[in-house]
Design a protein around this ligand. Structure first.
Ligand SMILES: Cc1cc2nc3c(=O)[nH]c(=O)nc-3n(C[C@H](O)[C@H](O)[C@H](O)COP(=O)(O)OP(=O)(O)OC[C@H]3O[C@@H](n4cnc5c(N)ncnc54)[C@H](O)[C@@H]3O)c2cc1C
Length: 218
């Protein structure tokens, strides 16, 4: 782990009114797809966790951030100028795929709400040939962040407030109405309620608890 590394901000790529990708120098950081960093503005004591959005083969380090209303850090980072030094701690966490499972060519089911798609983009970019399906739950279809990063046959957009996605309704409703491969290894990321409900549903459908892995954002 590299403590308190300074990484220069290279660009901010706005994806929606409130969501952006922050691109910074990678500074030689080695990480496992799925891990997160603690990120803050140099000199500010406040730092927050953000999943790494870029892949292990990418030159820059990226995170996907949603501005939280009245949020201290997520709004502030958006205002920073190119060239600003960011403070990064990490990589951190154990939300990652065991390399042995990839060698075994297992099927992976990724279930995300909102910016919870971030660690899965890193996994998909880092492991070419991964046998995955992503269920991405958002409110509106324009929140399908960087949708082109995924194989369209493997990406299912569930929209709860418009019908511009592949499925109109929450991810949990999609799970209720569909069958899943019982051997799939499942990873959940995003808000706690979605993860709790989706896990329960998949367990009821016969997926063993030891195949369920979660990263809770809030
Ligand atoms: C392991 C981990 C990884 C994370 N990765 C990401 C990531 O890749 N992208 C990302 O955008 N966020 C991510 N988060 C959430 C992030 O760390 C911050 O909590 C978020 O950016 C809010 O920080 P803030 O300082 O702006 O808000 P604060 O001033 O800390 O206010 C926090 C309030 O916002 C709520 N909140 C936090 N996140 C959200 C959200 N997305 N939508 C609505 N309410 C929210 C909290 O419950 C709390 O009530 C992650 C959290 C964890 C624990």
């Amino acid at each position: 782990m590299n403590d308190n590394n300074k990484h220069k901000l290279q660009a901010i790529r706005q994806l929606t009114d409130t969501t952006y990708v922050l691109e910074m120098e990678r500074g030689g950081m080695d990480f496992k797809p799925g891990q997160h960093i603690l990120l803050g503005y140099n000199g500010d004591i406040h730092k927050r966790e953000y999943s790494i959005y870029s892949g292990t083969g990418d030159e820059k380090l990226e995170v996907l951030i949603k501005e939280v209303e009245d949020g201290l850090v997520s709004k502030h980072l958006r205002q920073l100028e190119k060239g600003t030094l960011l403070e990064v701690e990490g990589p951190l966490g154990f939300f990652a795929i065991e390399p042995e499972l990839i060698r075994q060519k297992r099927k992976f089911l990724f279930i995300a709400s909102g910016t919870g798609i971030a660690p899965f983009r890193s996994m998909v970019r880092s492991y070419p040939g991964l046998d995955y399906t992503i269920l991405h739950g958002v409110k509106y279809a324009h929140e399908a962040y960087d949708k082109k990063s995924y194989n369209p046959d493997r990406y299912i957009l569930c929209t709860s407030r418009d019908n511009g996605g592949d499925f109109h309704g929450r991810v949990t409703e999609y799970i209720r109405q569909h069958d899943f491969d019982k051997d799939a290894i499942c990873y959940f990321c995003g808000n706690f309620n979605m993860i709790r409900d989706a896990m329960r549903l998949l367990e009821e459908k016969g997926i063993p608890a030891e195949h369920l892995h979660a990263e809770v954002y809030f």
